[in-house]
Design a protein around this ligand. Sequence first.
Ligand SMILES: [Cu+2]
Length: 98
Amino acid sequence: MIIVIAIVAMLAPATAQAATMAVDMKNNMFTPQEITIQAGDTVTWTNQDQAKHDVNFGDFKSPLLSKGETYSHTFETAGTYDYVCDVHPFMKGRVIVQ
Ligand SMILES: [Cu+2]
């Protein structure tokens, strides 16, 4: 019992810090357009529009999302990641991973 508690105590700080951040696709915009997260955090995009949108980072991309659908990606490496919607090239967003 003491060993189990010790293991849980060691794991807890690392898992407790990982967060999931939300970005909406609404009115043909990413909101927030720029989001700052910590390495290990996940971003979840949700399409709120009737129009289909996607999230294209170049190295990886989501499928086309219909209204109500979501796409999640976990960012493990610090850096600045720009993305666009392929359907609407004027829809741009940025994820800053610290
Ligand atoms: Cu779009």
